[in-house]
Design a protein around this ligand. Structure first.
Ligand SMILES: NC(=O)c1ccc[n+]([C@@H]2O[C@H](COP(=O)([O-])OP(=O)(O)OC[C@H]3O[C@@H](n4cnc5c(N)ncnc54)[C@H](O)[C@@H]3O)[C@@H](O)[C@H]2O)c1
Length: 432
């Protein structure tokens, strides 16, 4: 099939590359010219394992091309995916300006077209956006006979995006008619995944509800961790046993610094906003968000309390990205830790295997190191903010010799407190 994918971020580029790999012809569109230059060179503008190889292979085979020319792309395509960003506004509401812009551009360019096109919204958008996109097209004189708007939310995770896209737990297709549903089903057919047919509005809410549930699991286990700390239980033991119950499940039960990243915080805020706008104040979601704020503040509080006067102290952050295997820093807990500690006069050094380039743009006061041990030299404290695999195998004998003060704040509970303490470190984890 001929596809246009508008937006070449984490979702758009993975969608384009994977569908190209499945044998479709893809035109990827972005308005960011710098990004397009990088893609034209066969490179990927962000860190995502396996993606550069897949993009390069399909680009060379002529199955995926990159352009800023939306007009050409949408005229050629049978299916048009919208995969632009929907960041949070100051009041928490999803900012759908980019989706509006793209919808208007599509409308202008397919006006008078006489072949049926499916416009698929892959961006995470408030319920009702499908209707709004339809209205924009109709108001621009595009006949409803020749298009249909579908919601096909994306559930991939950064860091394992390709595998998630190709092996989804389910594919949700929210459509208002069988014709559009069948076209999108055909597109995904070779994945052999479970396909769920819903209304457009249900599909839009399924994405928010899924992320809200994941965030709830994280805040829930953090709340239990905070109880563990006060009563002498160990959250690792508790979470392991709780998660063994099939009704609960082990995933998303790791106590830590709370949820961050480009999706969960913004999607919870957007869902809260959507609910309030429609006359309902969601009590669980309010608490999920509050617990998340509390979690990071409490961790920063532990650092300040333990180190006492932190002015001039050298604090080393291990990991900056919001989770391993990505360079995405959007709403990463590390940012809040760094901002709070630098405000109090701490000197921050950091090491991250992938996020240094992204971080340099937003963290001018941080000294970045190319090597973990170089970063740890003379440290007054180590703060583990992201559980990159390489941090698990630190040579603590070596670390002990090069730090000034052997204190470790393990924001992801990856170390064994007993072992670390026996080696002469002060260990502060979460819920243990
Ligand atoms: N990142 C994830 O893990 C993830 C997972 C599932 C769903 N989502 C959702 O998917 C959507 C996209 O997220 P992302 O992380 O890929 O975003 P992103 O910020 O990485 O990429 C968005 C891209 O869209 C481009 N763009 C913006 N306006 C445009 C326009 N008018 N014309 C052409 N291109 C335009 C930007 O230049 C950018 O390259 C969001 O709604 C997000 O919530 C993201």
């Amino acid at each position: 099939m001929k596809l246009a994918v508008i937006g070449t971020g984490y979702v758009g580029l993975v969608t384009g590359a994977c569908f190209a790999n499945l044998g479709n012809d893809i035109i990827c569109v972005d308005k960011d010219k710098e990004r397009l230059l990088i893609l034209e060179k066969g490179e990927v503008p962000f860190y995502e394992p396996g993606l550069p190889e897949m993009v390069m292979r399909n680009h060379k085979a002529g199955r995926i091309i990159f352009t800023s020319d939306l007009s050409h792309a949408v005229k050629k395509a049978d299916v048009i995916f919208i995969a632009v960003g929907t960041p949070p506004k100051a009041n928490g509401q999803a900012d759908v300006t980019a989706v509006f812009e793209v919808a208007k551009d599509i409308a202008k360019n397919i006006k008078g077209n006489k072949s049926f096109k499916v416009i698929v919204n892959k961006s995470t958008v408030p319920v009702g956006m499908g209707d709004i996109v339809t209205k924009i097209l109709v108001e621009n004189n595009v006949s409803e006979k020749y298009f249909s708007v579908v919601s096909n939310p994306e559930f991939l995770r950064e860091g394992s995006a390709i595998s998630d896209f190709l092996n989804p737990d389910r594919i949700v297709i929210g459509a208002s008619n069988n014709k559009a549903f069948n076209i999108i089903t055909e597109l995904y057919r070779s994945l052999n995944a479970r396909i769920i047919f819903t209304s457009v509005k249900s599909a839009e809410l399924i994405k928010y509800a899924s992320n809200a549930f994941l965030a709830t699991k994280i805040s829930f286990i953090n709340e239990i961790a905070n109880i563990c700390e006060r009563v002498g239980s160990d959250i690792k033991e508790v979470a392991y046993a709780v998660g063994m119950d099939k009704r609960i499940g082990r995933e998303f039960l790791n106590a830590g610094l709370g949820y961050g990243g480009s999706c969960l915080p913004k999607d919870i805020s957007a869902l809260l906003h959507l609910a309030r706008e429609n006359g309902y104040d969601p009590q669980i979601l309010n608490s999920v968000s509050e617990v998340n704020e509390f979690q990071i503040d409490a961790f920063i509080g532990k650092i300040i309390k333990t180190l006492k006067n932190i002015r001039g102290k050298k604090i080393v952050l291990l990991g900056l990205s919001f989770k391993p295997e990505t360079d995405d820093l959007r709403d990463a807990p590390s940012l809040k830790i760094i901002n709070s500690l630098t405000k109090k006069g701490a000197i921050i050094k950091a090491y991250d295997p992938a996020a240094e380039t992204t971080a340099k743009k937003t963290l001018p006061n941080v000294q970045f190191c190319k090597d973990i041990y170089e970063a740890l030299k003379g440290a007054d404290a180590i703060v583990l903010a992201t559980e990159w695999p390489e941090f698990r195998d630190l040579d603590f004998e070596k670390v002990k010799k090069i730090v000034k003060n052997p204190v470790i704040f393990d924001g992801r509970n990856i170390y064994d407190p007993k072992r670390i303490r026996e080696m002469g470190f002060k260990y502060i984890g979460i819920g243990r």
